[in-house]
Design a protein around this ligand. Sequence first.
Ligand SMILES: Nc1ncnc2c1ncn2[C@@H]1O[C@H](COP(=O)(O)OP(=O)(O)OP(=O)(O)O)[C@@H](O)[C@H]1O
Ligand SMILES: C[C@@](O)(CCO)CC(=O)[O-]
Ligand SMILES: [Mg+2]
Length: 422
Amino acid sequence: MTTDSSFVVSSPGKVIIFGEHSAVYAIAAAVSLRTYLLVSPSSDAEDIVLEFPDINLTHTWKRSSLPWEAISKFINQDQPQTTEELIPEVVNELANTLSDMKQAIHFAAANSFLYLYVNLLKRDTPGMRFTVRSTLPIGAGLGSSASISVCLASAFSIVGGHVSAATLTKDDLSTEGEDSEFIDAWSFMGEKCIHGNPSGIDNAVATHGGAVMFQRTQSSIPSIRTNMRNFPSLKLLLTNTKQPRRTSDLVGNVSRLSTEYPKTTESILNAMDHLTREGYQLMIRPSLDEKDKARLRELFEINHGLLVALGVSHPVLEKVRILTDELNIGKTKLTGAGGGGCAITLVNDNVEESLIKSLIEKYSEYGFETYETSLGGKGAAYLALTQQDSVEFNSEKFLELTEREEIENAIGVSCKDGWRFW
Ligand SMILES: Nc1ncnc2c1ncn2[C@@H]1O[C@H](COP(=O)(O)OP(=O)(O)OP(=O)(O)O)[C@@H](O)[C@H]1O
Ligand SMILES: C[C@@](O)(CCO)CC(=O)[O-]
Ligand SMILES: [Mg+2]
């Protein structure tokens, strides 16, 4: 890959259906909201330019200012190897170049960027411009951190020559080859930079797309992913409370509970594993009748209750749950790490559209937003830009787009031909 050509990579967010914070099992599906990363030449080949307007962060590093010498003995630049934990020496060296990132969300994103950059690219790689736009809400439970990590890992892997540009069309079934495993593994390292101790489910879905039953194993053994090809088409309402929170804080709090009340916390996590497996057994049926859906709704209710017990709900999430209960619209659980962000409601059969409309009106009184999204779509994707495309679609134009529709119409995976998948 030459560094004077431009390209875009993209990856979806996810919704966890069952088992967030789980010790072992969780089920998640890709959503149609996605992150897009445009890689274009930098005006000065010395400059590595990061543009993350979703979090108001722009930064330029001189290539020579990165601590290549100091980290060289800790990493293998010819054949990058992921590690169980982030390499502390590399993290420490990079922290020096991040000292002007005062906000935690800036530090997390830039740290993930640099950690992947120095592992996957070399000192002599000409500087480029990396411009990210997401149609996902950031820090709201829909896997924005994994989605950006997959974009960065796949872009750096292409430029570094570690993977080939994707070739599958949207109608091909994914082959889940070495390249997508490489991207998945490195995006997991990016997730670790953003939230410490991730399970890997978010980056797995953001890389491979579709829907999975995910089984976390002991850290040295790879997790087990079971694709759910017949993922049922469920009527789900996705509501963003807009209450900000950080996954790292919530995950940290659950691990504190595990230390302070080991048996109690373990029992809650075990219960969550059992219910996730019960949900899985229901969801893999060839078709779901009303009774099955009623059971899934009950499992939503139990799952949310267990998450409340783990201390990861929030009064605004309870408001969403209470409103859907009061109007008898369906059963609601938080999704993602909780503490704010999004909730999903599994809607009862035969609910009148007018009732849903009145719920959404009520939501807007509280400042909540609902999303329309389909589940189980494609994972990581690649779009080569021709010379002509690059003139029509450069980073300035990318940065000017404001609404989700504008981004999707200009570049969207489901709107523009030419996208390829791994
Ligand atoms: N488009 C983006 N641009 C820049 N940084 C981003 C972007 N998307 C995610 N991030 C980084 O990821 C962080 C949010 O990750 P976090 O794990 O807290 O939430 P989430 O991934 O949206 O939700 P969840 O982990 O519960 O699914 C942001 O603070 C930022 O550091
Ligand atoms: C809270 C959590 O279960 C999901 C965050 O989307 C953490 C993880 O599995 O990485
Ligand atoms: Mg996250």
